[in-house]
Design a binder for this molecule. Structure first.
Ligand SMILES: Nc1ncnc2c1ncn2[C@@H]1O[C@H](COP(=O)(O)OP(=O)(O)OP(=O)(O)O)[C@@H](O)[C@H]1O
Length: 358
């Protein structure tokens, strides 16, 4: 793993709940903390923020924030924290809300200019509005930019989209994706939405009953059906593709991915650009021979890694190795038996639908 942004072991007892989490996260990019409700995500974030006093150690960007008796209090930890509610100073306008933290940062320490941050989150038109007049989605955008403008060493976002409607979520997600390219600090993002995991995560941490169950690249964790990552019907894997060419006549772009090429809706990325591609397990079917005369455009060569039988279900999850990445196929047990699927068997993965994430 590249340079560590967060290195921590934090233990905390809260009533009957015990947090005992080990974190080793990269210095840049979005690390997503994923887990069921009650798994301890907020508690862990609050411990990192110094709002809860956990035992153990915490190092952020090489700085020791706590260890043993040494405990840097929350207000002296240079971090931005945004929670679900995105609270602002209601009587101030957006400009004053944003300027509040920004003015306190010495010019030489500022990581992001005021105008740049405002433009990044498309806030120009809102600068004169009072915070109490904003919609929930607008408020959350302002809250994120306000946190960014304090030039933190670490940005903590606790389910920032969880209380928003679909439309506002769809508006903010691409802004967070853009932020990934711009930020030079770790961003720790809590969610229990699988969609946000596939869209945002550069690194994924799975928390279960207060413990870190798995931590690593999303491509590895998402393609491991043994991990409790949500309902199997929503299981999806993200792989990296490279733009090969565009076909304007048929409005399609071709991406090079492990195992072959994929056709996707025409995109604006230049040739050779990298992009994330999400493939739902439910959209993948398996054939033993190269399919021909089919309306499905996308077929990849694969080899079966293993099969996971779901209890009391007609379905089986099949892990398929494409060479340098794995995808999942959720098919019926009947089909798996009829085709005689077993580990190591070479097969063709037919993919009904592919979504580009960039
Ligand atoms: N102040 C407290 N005292 C006792 N128990 C608490 C306290 N705060 C949280 N808990 C318990 O700690 C556990 C973890 O809660 P936490 O809010 O961190 O989970 P979470 O993963 O963030 O959940 P969600 O996704 O629903 O927000 C839960 O069982 C919760 O009931």
């Amino acid at each position: 793993m590249p340079e560590l942004g967060i290195d921590a072991q934090l233990r905390l007892q809260q009533g009957a709940f015990r947090l005992d989490a080990r974190l080793q996260l990269p210095a840049t990019g979005i690390s997503v903390l994923f887990g069921r409700s009650g798994s301890g995500k907020t508690t862990l974030l609050r411990a990192i923020a110094g709002l809860e006093r956990a035992e153990g150690f915490l190092r952020v960007g090489g700085q020791l924030w706590q260890e043993g008796a040494h405990f840097r209090p929350g207000h002296l930890r240079p971090l931005g924290y945004v929670d679900q509610s995105g609270e602002l100073f209601p009587h101030l306008d957006v400009r004053a809300n944003l300027a509040f933290g920004y003015r306190r940062v010495p010019r030489a320490r500022r990581r992001l200019g005021f105008d740049e941050a405002v433009a990044l989150f498309d806030l120009e038109a809102l600068l004169g509005q009072r915070a109490e007049q904003l919609s929930a989605g607008q408020r959350q955008r302002v809250a994120i930019v306000r946190a960014l403008l304090t030039s933190p060493d670490l940005l903590l976002l606790d389910a920032p989209l969880a209380s928003l409607d679909r439309h506002s979520r769809a508006e903010i997600l691409p802004l967070l994706e853009q932020l990934r390219e711009r930020l030079q600090i770790p961003l720790l993002y809590v969610t229990h939405s699988q969609d946000e995991v596939t869209r945002l995560a550069d690194h994924l941490v799975l928390l279960d009953k207060g413990q870190t169950l798995a931590s690593g690249p999303p491509s590895r964790l998402l393609s491991d059906p043994r991990l409790p990552l949500g309902h199997p019907d929503e299981a999806a894997v993200v792989i990296i593709g490279q733009v090969e060419r565009h076909d304007h006549h048929y409005q399609l772009s071709t991406l090079r991915v492990p195992g072959g090429t994929l056709s996707v809706a025409l995109c604006r990325l230049p040739p050779e650009a990298e992009t994330r591609v999400r493939i739902f397990a439910r959209d993948v079917s398996i054939a033993l021979d190269p399919p021909h005369r089919s309306s499905i455009l996308n077929t990849l060569s694969a080899r079966i890694v293993d099969l996971f039988y779901e209890r009391d279900s007609a379905r089986v999850m099949v892990r398929l190795d494409l060479g340098s990445a794995c995808i999942l196929a959720r098919i019926t047990r009947l089909s798996a038996d009829r085709l005689g699927l077993e580990p190591n068997l070479p097969v063709y993965a037919q993919i009904k639908s592919v979504a580009m994430m960039d």
